[in-house]
Design a protein. Structure first.
Length: 259
């Protein structure tokens, strides 16, 4: 199993330091947050894009994904998926994360299917996959698979990102979530929390999420990404001091250990 680290847990830290932290703690890759306040965003020029890619390559750390904030089930969302695909390609990442972001209407699925289908050809030609995360309006595996099943023939350019907290909050068992998502799965995001009412990030294994049960279902050559949401919970413990223990915990519960 290959392990990645989300930069959502390292807000404001320079990317070169992120690469060093990931490498020293034994992680294999990173998920880079894409936002105007972050170090990665579509406004980067070609030189800066090459420099970022080179920084991680020199550290032996793969850029697994860019975590974008496009809301593909929201008809009013103005995110340019083609622009985000170009950024993902230029940084050498394999995946682009998007959210559903629907309003709970009957047309949410239709909007998401249309936008993902429209972008899937460029994604496929760029050798990346757009991954729809189990989140907000489509937080269960069933809901995300319902959209992706309709994309159909264009599925090579799209897939699913399994955020295990959201499927748990949505009432699915790990087995139910995996059954729906397995045909589409790009990679899996893990975290830990105290309860459904308190989602402040905790060290892995210190909370209530069924992480071992979820990860036992995954193929041994898959990717697992630790998303520690320090950006949204400034009172949470700093992530750098948790990295080595978190990596050891993930290794202990993942099929095949380290890949």
């Amino acid at each position: 199993m290959k392990l990645a680290l989300s930069t959502l847990g390292l807000p404001g830290i320079p990317l070169a330091q992120v690469a060093r932290l990931a490498a020293r703690a034994g992680f294999h890759g990173v998920e880079l947050r894409v936002h105007p306040e972050a170090h990665v965003h579509p406004g980067l020029d070609a030189g800066r894009r090459k420099a970022i890619a080179a920084t991680f390559e020199a550290s032996g750390i793969e850029i697994l994904a860019l975590a974008g904030y496009a809301r593909v089930a929201d008809p009013d969302d103005d995110s340019d998926l083609h622009q985000l695909i170009g950024l993902t390609r230029d940084l050498g990442a394999a995946h682009l994360r998007v959210f559903p972001g629907g309003a709970g209407s009957r047309g949410d699925d239709d909007t998401a299917v249309r936008r993902l289908t429209d972008a899937s050809h460029l994604a496929r030609d760029s050798n990346i996959r757009i991954l729809l995360e189990t989140h907000d309006s489509h937080r269960t595996g069933e809901a995300v698979a319902r959209v992706l099943d309709r994309v159909g023939a264009d599925a090579d350019g799209v897939g699913a990102l399994w955020d295990v907290m959201h499927t748990w909050l949505g009432g699915e068992s790990p087995g139910e979530s995996y059954r729906h998502l397995a045909p589409h799965l790009g990679y899996t995001q893990v975290k830990d929390i105290a309860s459904a009412e308190d989602t402040t990030p905790l060290p892995l294994g210190a909370g209530v999420l069924p992480l071992a049960e979820c990860l036992a279902l995954l193929p041994p050559d898959g990717w697992v990404c630790w998303e520690y949401e320090k950006r949204w919970y400034p009172e949470a413990a700093p992530l750098p001091g948790l990295l080595r223990a978190g990596r050891r915990y993930l290794t202990s519960i993942t099929p095949g250990g380290e890949g």
